[in-house]
Design a protein around this ligand. Sequence first.
Ligand code: NDP
Length: 280
Amino acid sequence: MNFKAELVACFGQPVAENPTGVMQEAAFAAAGLPWRYLTIEVAPGGLVDAVRGARAMGFRGFNCTIPHKVAVLPLLDELSKEARIIGAVNTVRRQGDRFIGENTDGKGFLRGLTHDAGMDPRGKRVVLLGAGGAARAIATELLLAGVAELIVVNRSVERAAPMVEDLKPHGPIRFVPWRVQYTVEPETDLLVNATSLGLYPNVDWMPDVDLTRARCLVADAVFNPPVTKFLAAAQARGLKTLDGLTMLVYQGVIGFTMWTGVAPDEAVMKRTLREAMVES
Ligand code: NDP
């Protein structure tokens, strides 16, 4: 009998606000793997010790959430190309004795885009609302996937300007300051909300955009609630939508595969996460 369990963890925000643990545990069980996913609240000052502890205890990897996604960089042995460009890590995998930093947020978005919404980003015109961590990850993957144009619309210049400068070497990206309502043109193929507008408990907030002429796919990174006011407004106009829960499931699917080397049962992960969100 083998009583050893492999461990992965999430270091970050309060445990009660993080639904990914139940999803990963359900996937381990469905795959018959003796693995556990521990969701652990780690204060900013505790990250160095948490990563040292993960090494000492032989963790197979971990996720990082706010506020650790950038602070974890110098604690790792290596970064993937995407994590280097984004400048943030949400997933760490162990290879031998080395911890490798990855960023699966944008990859999760891209997988939802191609698999669930059936859109190949190559040659597409994209408007991305926001310039925070989620926006950086999504922008990086969209540029690497070959979009024709990426317009970043953001309230603060301070956050958007450096992001656009950093990402310029990777593709056609430009910044439009968000001072008045942003009008989405019919030529836009994809509109993404990567701001936190609409996130629980501020569920009545939504990005100030005019969708009157829009004919695009509308995606939201906000996953709580799964159908944001923004997505509901797009649906009311007959536009196709892609929700943030799909992105969250797929970043977890990609992380699971990186840690275990096998593909999870995606249907189990989707169902568990949706149920967890309804219950919370
Ligand atoms: P950040 O705090 O890094 O960035 C927040 C962004 O929202 C900034 O661009 C900020 O603009 C903008 N913003 C906030 N309030 C307003 C406002 N009132 N008006 C206009 N713009 C505003 O957050 P993250 O990038 O980490 O997260 C953004 C969202 O994405 C969150 O809801 C998060 O839950 C979600 N997310 C979802 C994931 C998934 O898998 N589905 C993964 C990661 C994140 P400014 O620069 O002007 O302040």
